[in-house]
Each structure stands twice: as structure tokens, then as C-alpha cells.
Design a protein around this ligand. Sequence first.
Ligand code: SAM
Length: 220
Amino acid sequence: MPADLLAHADAAKGFMPADEGALLHRVAVERAAHGPVLEVGTYCGKSAIYLGAAVRQARRSGSPATVAFTVDHHRGSEENQAGWEHHDASLVDPESGLMDTLPVFRRTIQRAGLEGEVVALVGRSTTLSAHWRTPLSLLFIDGGHAEEHAHNDYSGWASWVMPGGYLVIHDVFERPEDGGQAPYHVWQRALAGGAFAEVGTVGSMRVLRRDSGDAGDPVG
Ligand SMILES: C[S@@+](CC[C@H](N)C(=O)[O-])C[C@H]1O[C@@H](n2cnc3c(N)ncnc32)[C@H](O)[C@@H]1O
């Protein structure tokens, strides 16, 4: 990760520890030359900087068409709303009273110089995934952490990971006392489906590789 982009990632608002970000960047560098990467859960763009840095590197190495897509409705998850643990009042739009992380995301990506590499898809994950048909070199799931949203993200996007591509899941905590269980359940589902095998882990970040089926085939 180039030092300037690492500094931007460190400075960005968000929920990605540096060691987990380094893993995300490393696996995205491995894969980004093979096709677009996509994350679910943009928030303010912290993890998108790691993905955008990998895309830049892949472009410079001869894959000019690759790109990082990042999906979010920018209204925040349950835990980002007022009164909850991860609420940040500075992210509330004063006119609507709703959370709006889109302006901060845009500033973050512009400051990092990654507007060409990182493309925001603004909307509900299920709305966007229902229309998605493009094989992905890497899928990073870090969206809503309620069971419903985490499973929808897997159901909607994971089948589009290409053979040899990576599925990266954030906030996988095996013990309930360490954190919410939905990402852990999605990780279990991915392994049980048989299409993915685990290839790496740092902290709460799990990396799985697609070992069977083609993009678009069911993954369980
Ligand atoms: C944990 S944060 C993402 C953190 C980010 N990856 C980072 O590194 O800082 C989860 C994000 O998912 C978004 N989100 C939650 N449910 C969603 C849904 N159903 N569709 C789209 N975005 C959703 C929230 O708005 C929130 O910004």
C-alpha cells in the first residue's frame, strides 16, 4: 500500500483496523487484474481506499479496465442511528435529519485521488444486486450487520464471485461476547455451501476463495 494512500485510509472515518485493511488490500491486489472488485458497505470510504489502491496498482500493471464498486444507501446501519453505539452526529443531514455518509465518502475519495478507481453505487444492496450480472474478482461484505441484511448481501452478491475469486467477510466473531453473530453465520453459510474455502484471516476479517462453479451459479 503506497504511503500516501495508507495515510488517507488511516485518516478516514470508519471501522477498518489497519491490519485488516492491509489484508483487504493484499488480497485485492492479487485479484483486481481479473475483474472488478465490489464492496457492500461504503460508509465514509475507509475500506474503499484499500480497494481503490489495489485497483490503481492493477491498472498500472496492465489491467486498465478494472474498478472498485462500493455499495451503500448511505443512511447508516441500525447501529449508526441516533442513540446507538456507533452513531456519529456529524453525519446527520440537518435538513432531513437522516444519516448521510455520501458527502463525507466523496470528500474522502477525492482527497485520496481515487475518484477514477472507486465508483459509488448508491442504493439498497438488494435493489442493486437484483440487477447485477458481472463476475467479480473479489466481493467484500461489510454492510448491514443484522441477520436479514448480512444474509441478503450474501444471497445477492456472492454467486457473482468468479472461480478463483475471493469472498471477504468483515466482523466475523465466533463468540457472541466479541460481537454480533450475523457475519459469522454468513461465513458458516459460505463454507457449508461448498463453493468457498477459507484461505486467510486477520482479526475479524475472513478471506474465502471460490473453488467451484462459475460466476452466477448458486453458492448455497
Ligand atoms: C460497517 S459500515 C461499513 C464500513 C466501511 N466498510 C468502512 O471500512 O468503514 C456498514 C454500512 O452498510 C450500509 N448498509 C447497511 N445496510 C445496507 C443495505 N441494506 N443496503 C446498502 N447499504 C447498507 C450502512 O449505511 C453503512 O454505511
